[in-house]
Design a protein around this ligand. Structure first.
Ligand SMILES: Nc1nc2c(ncn2[C@@H]2O[C@H](COP(=O)(O)OP(=O)(O)OP(=O)(O)O)[C@@H](O)[C@H]2O)c(=O)[nH]1
Length: 219
């Protein structure tokens, strides 16, 4: 029973003991200030749609599943969409420990959401698993006319914390799928590399695969 429980909510360490025929379950959390686009990011990935119009803030936490195929293996992503509002912080804190990967978003048109990334990273280091995979995402890259944070600023911050970085758009879908696939690849790789499989570097992979906004990535 203990093993079964671990397979239902595995850590990277326990993944290798799960039955090979089952989908590998991985838990990913979306974090960042309210309004940066976490829910839209998830909907774009799950359904290929963009929720425009009235902004309805997430209350507490919500989740969706999506199965992706990574190097011929089925990976079941369980994606937790958290509320960015401060008043729900204690609810979301309770879930950090179970996450194997965190996508941390800011909004390239909102300076405060970028400035708060340091506080988010401090919180992550206090509450999450030590080996959690983190990726920094500058969302709303489609809104180039309102950009206040340059790509270089995002890159510099990401480098300082040693995490991969991409700009994304939940509206156009730019780099949305890549963010999840890259994480799934990293976690699958950690779970047990095949003898003939080349080593995998998440940052190099993201750098080689990511699309850059077609213009105006500077401020
Ligand atoms: N142009 C553009 N608008 C976006 C993008 N992502 C989200 N939005 C808009 O930003 C607003 C907030 O998006 P949400 O996804 O609800 O934000 P959230 O981060 O989930 O907010 P909380 O639930 O409060 O934490 C909505 O009006 C969206 O339509 C994007 O990539 N581009």
């Amino acid at each position: 029973p203990a093993l079964l429980r671990e397979c239902a909510l595995p850590s990277a360490r326990t993944l290798r003991f799960c039955a090979p025929s089952r989908d590998i379950p991985l838990r990913v959390m979306l974090l960042g200030d309210s309004g940066v686009g976490k829910t839209c990011f998830l909907i774009q990935f799950k359904d290929g749609a963009f929720l425009s119009g009235t902004f309805i803030a997430t209350v507490g936490i919500d989740f969706r599943n999506k199965v992706v195929t990574v190097d011929g293996m089925r990976v079941k992503l369980q994606i937790w969409d958290t509320a960015g509002q401060e008043r729900f912080r204690s609810v979301t804190h309770a879930y950090y420990r179970d996450a194997q990967a965190l996508l941390l978003l800011y909004d390239i048109t909102n300076k405060a959401s970028f400035d708060n990334i340091r506080a988010w990273l401090t919180e992550i280091h206090e509450c999450a698993q030590r080996d959690v995979v983190i990726m920094l995402l500058g969302n709303k890259a489609d809104v180039s006319s309102e950009r206040v944070i340059s790509s270089d600023d995002g890159e510099t911050l990401a480098r300082e914390y040693g995490v991969p970085f991409m700009e994304t758009s939940a509206k156009t879908g730019m780099n949305v799928e890549l963010a999840f696939l890259a994480i799934a690849k990293e976690l699958k790789y950690r779970a047990g590399r095949q003898a003939d499989e080349p080593t995998f570097q998440l940052r190099d992979y993201v750098e080689s695969q990511k699309k850059r906004p077609s213009c105006c990535s500077f401020v």
